[in-house]
Design a protein around this ligand. Structure first.
Ligand SMILES: [Zn+2]
Ligand SMILES: [Zn+2]
Length: 316
């Protein structure tokens, strides 16, 4: 009797599995189809020269989009506050494209009208998606469609520190590093975080660089963590925020995001807020120094320590 039930169970499990796999395949197919729509559209252009021009324009969106994001980030680094980064970047990109359209008119004799449709977070924290509606006319050729292009945010400055601490003046940076001086501890004090003094003189990486030590649990191997901190790598994190939401001053968001370690430099040994940036700027839960004797030790909660394969060492 039990085996009968088991068989039935197996059949149901098997059918469910097949159903889930089929649904997944259909989903992937649909997503691919959506992503390829515009390419197909370009591909259907018959005139090779005209097709080349549209493809070239689409390719250039990658860099022009990225430059538009960088320009928006610079605003934060120069003391401005951002309310809606997507709207601002749209505006910056629209202006840049006006110049590009003039260039294309002179270079290729093509008339282009463009309007940025959207600036979007993607399922990768390292990429931002641009959608631009263009109408291009040359001789008897016409293209009317939405171009889509991903831009990488690697190599850009992290917007979050300046978005969060705009009210504090004593924060600075050099080519690679954010120096928090007193600003972060003051911010933590205002937010009622215990042992906020631990973050006096804390530092963090400024330039977004994707950590190559994936899976992250290997950070506990040999000098991996030391090297990660030295290079200032950022990590994928469902809990951290994406680049566009960082611009708006959100340390957590609904998109797949990233996290970076804010490194204390303190002789204090008591626990304080865990040093992953989304915890420091939003979640505010506690962590302990990984190594109490090391003034440069990270302060981490146990789940982050586990994610990165790190152990607590009390110098015993
Ligand atoms: Zn790393
Ligand atoms: Zn987001």
């Amino acid at each position: 009797m039990y085996s009968k039930l088991d068989n039935k169970g197996n059949i149901i499990t098997g059918t469910t599995a097949i159903l889930i796999v089929s649904l997944l395949l259909i989903f992937i197919f649909v997503i691919n189809a959506i992503n390829n729509v515009e390419n197909d559209n370009i591909e259907s252009i018959e005139n090779d020269n005209f097709k080349y021009i549209i493809n070239d324009y689409n390719k250039n969106l990658e860099e022009i989009g990225r430059n538009s994001i960088a320009e928006e980030t610079e605003k934060l680094y120069h003391g401005h506050i951002i309310h809606d980064s997507r709207k601002d970047i749209k505006k910056i990109l629209n202006n840049k494209l006006k110049d590009v359209n003039k260039e294309y008119k002179e270079k290729y004799g093509v008339e282009i009208r463009s309007e940025v449709v959207s600036v979007e977070s993607t399922d990768s924290p390292w990429k931002v998606l641009f959608k631009v509606h263009i109408r291009a006319d040359k001789d008897n050729n016409q293209y009317d469609g939405i171009l889509q292009r991903n831009s990488s945010i690697e190599g850009l400055k992290d917007p979050l520190p300046f978005a969060m601490l705009s009210a504090y003046s004593n924060i600075d940076y050099d080519d690679t590093t954010i120096h928090y001086f007193q600003s972060l501890s003051q911010y933590l004090l205002v937010n009622n975080v215990n042992s906020y003094e631990s973050y006096i003189l804390a530092t963090a990486p400024m330039i977004i660089k994707k950590c190559p030590y994936d899976p992250y649990i290997h950070h506990g191997d040999g000098d991996t963590m030391k090297d990660c901190l030295k290079n200032g790598y950022f990590h994928e994190s469902a809990d951290g925020s994406c680049y566009l939401c960082r611009l708006d001053g959100d340390a957590v968001c609904p998109h797949y995001g990233m996290e970076v370690f804010i490194q204390p430099h303190t002789p204090l040994t008591n626990g304080s807020v865990s040093c992953s940036d989304h915890v420091v700027f939003h979640d505010h839960y506690e962590g302990e120094k990984l190594n109490k004797l090391d003034i440069n030790s990270l302060i981490l909660d146990s789940s982050h320590a586990k994610k990165y394969g790190l152990d607590y060492d009390d110098g015993q």
